[in-house]
Write a protein that binds this ligand. Structure first.
Ligand code: PMP
Length: 419
């Protein structure tokens, strides 16, 4: 980027606060796992709209269906009314996702964002249990509204709300090191609270913490948390906003643990095409809201339903899942090799499926690597409480060539900034 261009960019962008500061260019076009800026420079996408573009940019089939729908005067906005795209999405979600997994949930549309589905989950848990506290975990990220922020384990983000947030208790997330500690701690807390008034309504967690640093809970840990919820009659809410929709190799991230959460939150890639959409899955016995007790204007995004239904067709067989897992293995091998080859990173491999990262235990180095990668044509973001993790979140449809090219740019960037 030449200096005058950078200056123009800074002038234009000085009025806003956004990601642009990290990626100083004007993006123009995108297809699959690639983006292009107004100068025609090509970028490989290892970010995928923070996990919103699992099916890539501008998928051909989704694009065609959306364009045809608009040309045929399809209904765009419909609140929570029944429409053909909505009916088809509901039928397909039950048929392709819920039935084969033996899952029985009521599907609700809580509003267009991840935060909306989390808010709805917290509210329903409080309503059905009549209790008010919720347990969340260190380094969790659940959203930016007062409710979802109050279960977000990041003091910097909570600081944005200005005042202390109530009704929540933060517990240590799966720590890997002291095998039983976090579970023992949770149990002790509940034994104390169990004497009466203070039992929580719910435990909310991400199986792989996306914003919190790609911390992947072990299946054994998830099973134990699930058992604790059952023992104490506490609702288990899985926030699969980022880790769901196939990101970790199965449609729901909790599938390998064989658990059946009470409430599941989905957003980001559920809308298939990058269109805003969220759903909350609620076990039928907890579907206790009367009409209007939770609503919102943008719950009927028909364009998102069309893309979402098309996205579900990927899940009709096991092939997509196997493909993600194979690419996840390739990524893991490459990550481990980089960590070994560049001890200067003090690196640590994190994550599973196509949700992985390298924790770089040297101050500021992860950010420097991402900035250099951008200059070389790779879009990759940091995560974690100190931005210490280089986070890989490519579209699930990326091919082996794209993955390898992205990793090559990453290695060149590491070499350059650590030299
Ligand atoms: N939950 C998780 C796990 C997330 O990663 C995010 C967004 N990064 C949210 C909730 C909030 O979603 P949104 O930004 O769409 O409100």
């Amino acid at each position: 980027l030449n200096e005058s261009k950078m200056k123009t960019f800074e002038e234009i962008e000085s009025a806003v606060r956004s990601y642009s500061r990290g990626w100083p260019t004007v993006f123009d076009k995108a297809k699959g796992y690639k983006l292009w800026d107004t100068d025609g420079r090509e970028y490989i996408d290892f970010f995928a709209g923070a996990g919103t573009l699992n099916y890539g940019h501008n998928d051909d089939a989704m694009q065609e269906k959306i364009i045809n729908y608009i040309k045929n005067d399809g209904i765009i906005h419909s609140l929570d009314m029944g429409t053909t795209p909505r009916k088809e999405f509901l039928e397909q979600f039950k048929e392709i996702i819920l039935k084969p997994r033996n899952l029985d949930y009521k599907i609700m549309f809580p509003g267009p964002t991840g935060t909306n589905t989390v808010e709805s989950a917290l509210k329903i848990a409080r309503k059905v249990t009549g209790r008010d506290t919720v347990i969340s975990f260190t380094n969790a990220f659940h959203g930016m509204t007062i409710g979802s922020l109050s279960v977000t384990g990041n003091s910097f983000k909570r600081h944005g709300a200005g005042v202390p947030l109530h009704h929540t208790v933060s517990m240590p997330f799966d720590d890997y090191v002291e095998d039983q500690d976090s579970i023992a701690y949770l149990e002790r807390f509940l034994e104390d609270s169990g004497s009466g008034v203070a039992l929580p309504a719910a435990i909310i967690l991400e199986t792989v913490q996306g914003e919190g640093g790609i911390n992947a809970a072990r299946m054994e840990w998830l099973k134990k948390v699930d058992a604790i919820c059952k023992r104490w009659d506490i609702l288990l809410i899985i926030d699969d906003v980022q880790a769901g929709n196939g990101r970790t190799g199965t449609f729901f991230s909790f599938e390998p643990a064989g658990i059946n959460p009470d409430v599941v939150c989905l957003s980001k890639s559920i809308g298939g095409f990058g269109l805003p959409m969220a759903i909350t899955l609620i076990k039928p016995e907890y579907d206790q809201w009367g009409p209007g007790e939770h609503n919102g204007t943008f719950r009927g995004n028909n364009l998102a339903f069309i893309a979402a239904t098309e996205a579900l067709s990927n899940w009709k067989t096991d092939d997509f899942s196997k493909d993600i897992q194979a690419k996840g293995d390739l990524l893991k091998t490459a990550v481990n090799k980089l960590i070994e080859k560049y001890p200067v990173l003090k690196g640590e491999a994190r994550g599973r499926g196509l949700m992985q990262g390298i924790a770089v235990h040297v101050d500021g180095l992860a950010e420097a690597i991402c900035a250099e990668a951008f200059k070389r044509g790779l879009i990759v973001e940091t995560s974690g409480p100190a931005d210490e993790v280089v986070k890989f979140l490519p579209p699930l449809v990326i091919d082996q060539e794209g993955l390898e090219k992205g990793l090559e740019i990453l290695e060149d960037s590491i070499k350059y900034v650590t030299n």
